[in-house]
Every structure is written in structure tokens, then in C-alpha cells.
Ligand binder design. Structure first.
Ligand code: SF4
Length: 378
């Protein structure tokens, strides 16, 4: 099977190049022949010249730049590679493509939802979002999601995890379409990034690479529903990305109603892992909380949440619950409504008065099903 080159990190790409048949030296030095002919001659098989040393580094950097900086779609685009290497790559490797199948802009133009189709006919959703400080792209890491959160349309189906190259390609395609550099990436689209840990991490490293788009780690956020062992693993990767944890309830009883993962990990265990991540990375962890009318938006919930978050480096993002299209979304979510303005503001004030930094966010892209909880793969 062809190796998907865009899914390889720089280190993996070097290993891949080393594994290729290298051929013989381009010119065989010979002693001058008696008849006075040339002292060197071309061989029938020119070298790939990328088995080790600085040439290997050089070739890997060239290819990586083509894939992640210039977003090349074919090996023929890689004009500064020797033809023999391009031909060899064509035989053993591929550059999977994604094409835009739909593009929907929100009425106030602050969000654009993209539907991309991969070579394998998988549909991926991504969202470009405009903020006062710039724009960000929300990428999907899976086609659908198997975590089953009842308020989220992504949980309606699951058709697989995305390779790293398809995660990166979402950023490159939006960048090309809008003709603007993407400087912030949030791993918050369809899927649970930590359920696709290795591919998510490889994508993050490729996007962050100086030989690629050089998107700063501090400008990246990864969202999880609370896969506790993976939060500890991520804390040990030596990264500086922001961790956002979807909590959505202050206690286990309520959280288990909303998120099946809560049956596996308690609120206490999730918050302990978040605190560890914050201590280890010195990054403030974001707690995501979607306010659902008469479900988790009461003053009691706010006080209970404040009590659990006190004393650690957390910031709470309060998001108005976004209604999902019930035809396509979870069956339970159809009963849910967004919290009204007054309870959302009360909730925010209770947290702030308890010393917990909290922001009540505006919804983005709800009219094109591009807001939090509304994405799914079709
Ligand atoms: S909220 Fe996140 S983890 Fe839960 S179903 Fe949706 S995409 Fe998956």
C-alpha cells in the first residue's frame, strides 16, 4: 500500500526516505583507462542520495516543505527534487487530496462551514471562524464521533479516524480558498482528538513545524470530552497547546446523563488530570460548559462547579447550547434548548464572584450548523 506522505512527521519522513532503494553512486570513479577515455561514467541507475547524513536531512526538508508549506498536490510539483526521486516516490507513496464539496457562510459572515471529500469518499467538516483578534480554523479529527454525547450531532455516526494528512489538509484547503494565512487552529470539529491520538499529534507537529506552516503551539487548542489517561499522556509530550475539556456538568450524576464517557471517568478524575496538565505545561486549562435550559444552567450547578474549580488554573468558557438538526442529530438532543439570557448571565456572575474566570461566549455559525455540537459527517 502507498505511504501517505502528508501524514508523516519530519522524523517519520526521514525514516521513510532511508527505507527506499538507494541505487548506486551516480558516477563511478575509475582509474583513467588506457585508451584515454573519461575517468568517470554515469551508472545505469542514478542514486536517490537520501540514505543518511546531511543529504537525507536536505531531501526530507525539501519534501516536507512541498507538502506542508507549498501544499503540493503531486510529486511533479516538487521541481527541485531529482527526477529519479520523484519517479521513485510516485511508485511507493501518495499525496491524498481533499476537495471542497460544499461551502456555507453564516448570515453575519463570521463563520464558514466547509464540507470536504477525501479520495476515499469520507466527508470531513471544518469551520473557519472570525474573531475580534483574527481568525481560526476548527478542524475535524474523525469522521463522526464514537463518544456519544447526547447534545452533539457528531455522535450520530462514526466512520473512522482521519490520518494526520487529512487533518492538516483542512487547514491548507481553507487557507487556499480564502487566500489568507491561518494562524490559529482548534481541534474541536467532528471527533474526539484524543481518541485518534497518534494522528492528531502528528498533525499538530506538522502544522507547528517551521518547515511547514509554523503555526505556534500556543495558537492551537485541543478539545477533549475527558479521556483521562490521554490527558496525562498529552501533558508528557512537552507541548504548549491549550487543553479544553468539555465538562458540561458539575457532578457525575448529571454528567453521566449528557456524556457516556462520564461513566468511565468521574468529574474528580477529569479535573485532577486537567490540573496535572496545567501544572506540567504552565498553561491554563479551559473548561467548556454548554448551557442547556433547565438541565445544567441553575444557580446550584454554578455554585457546585465553582466549588470544584476553585484553587486551580482554570478558565470557564460558557457556550450557549446550540440546537442540532434533529433529523440528523442525536435523538435526545431534540429535547434540549439553549439556556435563556438571564440564567446564562447569572451562571457567569456566580462563577466570577467565586473567583473563577469565566467568559460567556457568543455562538458562531449556528445558522449554517457550524457551531459547537452541530458538526457531523454526512
Ligand atoms: S462533544 Fe466532542 S466528544 Fe462528544 S460526541 Fe461531540 S465531538 Fe464527540
Amino acid at each position: 500500500m502507498d505511504t501517505d506522505l502528508r501524514s508523516l512527521t519530519m522524523e517519520e519522513l526521514k525514516l521513510f526516505l532511508k527505507s527506499l532503494p538507494q541505487g548506486r553512486p551516480e558516477f563511478s570513479r575509475t582509474t583513467a583507462p588506457a585508451d584515454g577515455g573519461p575517468s568517470s561514467r554515469p551508472t545505469d541507475k542514478p542514486p536517490l542520495a537520501c540514505s543518511s547524513g546531511s543529504l537525507l536531512e536536505f531531501r526530507a526538508a525539501q519534501i516536507f516543505e512541498w507538502l506542508h508549506k507549498h501544499c503540493a498536490g503531486s510529486f511533479d510539483d516538487m521541481t527541485n527534487l531529482p527526477k529519479v526521486l520523484r519517479e521513485e516516490l510516485k511508485k511507493v507513496a501518495s499525496i491524498p487530496k481533499i476537495k471542497t464539496s460544499k461551502k456555507l457562510q453564516s448570515s453575519n459572515k463570521d463563520a464558514i462551514k466547509y464540507l470536504f471529500e477525501t479520495d476515499k469518499a469520507t466527508i470531513i467538516e471544518s469551520v473557519w471562524m472570525k474573531y475580534s483578534y483574527g481568525s481560526a480554523v476548527c478542524v475535524s479529527t474523525q469522521a463522526g464521533c464514537r463518544m456519544g454525547c447526547v447534545f452533539c450531532a457528531s455522535s450520530a455516526s462514526f466512520s473512522g479516524s482521519l490520518p494526520a494528512g487529512d487533518i492538516c489538509a483542512q487547514v491548507y484547503a481553507i487557507q487556499r480558498d480564502l487566500n489568507e494565512r491561518v494562524s490559529r487552529v482548534v481541534f474541536m470539529g467532528c471527533g474526539e482528538p484524543l481518541d485518534n491520538y497518534d494522528n492528531f499529534l502528528a498533525a499538530l507537529r506538522c502544522l507547528n513545524s517551521k518547515q511547514g506552516q509554523n503555526i505556534g503551539q500556543r495558537n492551537m487548542t485541543v478539545s477533549t470530552c475527558g479521556l483521562v489517561p490521554k490527558i496525562y499522556a498529552l501533558a508528557g509530550e512537552g507541548l504548549q497547546v491549550t487543553l479544553a475539556v468539555s465538562l458540561h456538568a458539575p457532578n457525575d450524576q448529571l454528567r453521566q446523563r449528557l456524556m457516556p464517557i462520564a461513566r468511565k471517568y468521574t468529574v474528580t478524575e477529569v479535573l485532577r488530570a486537567c490540573k496535572y496538565y496545567g501544572d506540567k505545561t504552565k498553561r491554563r486549562v479551559t473548561i467548556e460548559y454548554a448551557l442547556i435550559k433547565d438541565v445544567n444552567d441553575s444557580r446550584e450547578c454554578a455554585r457546585e462547579l465553582a466549588g470544584k474549580l476553585r484553587g486551580a488554573m482554570f478558565h470557564v468558557n460558557l457556550i450557549p447550547f446550540n440546537r442540532v438538526n434533529v433529523e440528523r442529530g442525536s435523538t435526545i438532543a431534540k429535547d434540549f434548548l439553549p439556556a435563556d439570557k438571564e440564567s446564562a448571565e447569572n451562571f457567569t456572575h456566580i462563577l466570577r464572584n467565586s473567583g473563577i474566570p469565566a467568559t460567556l461566549r457568543r455562538g458562531l455559525g449556528e445558522d449554517v450548523d457550524a457551531a459547537c455540537g452541530q458538526l457531523r459527517s454526512y
